[in-house]
Design a protein around this ligand. Structure first.
Ligand SMILES: [Zn+2]
Length: 44
């Protein structure tokens, strides 16, 4: 989940490699929103 930097709309982005634009303000600046992320470093 990402949040638009301009209008703060939550935009679900599954693939961060794909540049999307905000559906509301068509902004392209997002920042990550991770409310429930537990950071784990697992070696494969
Ligand atoms: Zn926006």
């Amino acid at each position: 989940m990402y949040i638009c930097f301009k209008c703060r709309t939550e935009v679900p982005i599954e693939n961060p490699n794909v540049i999307l634009s905000c559906p509301k303000c068509s902004g392209r600046v997002f920042f990550k929103s991770r409310p429930k992320v537990v950071i784990t470093h697992k070696a494969r």
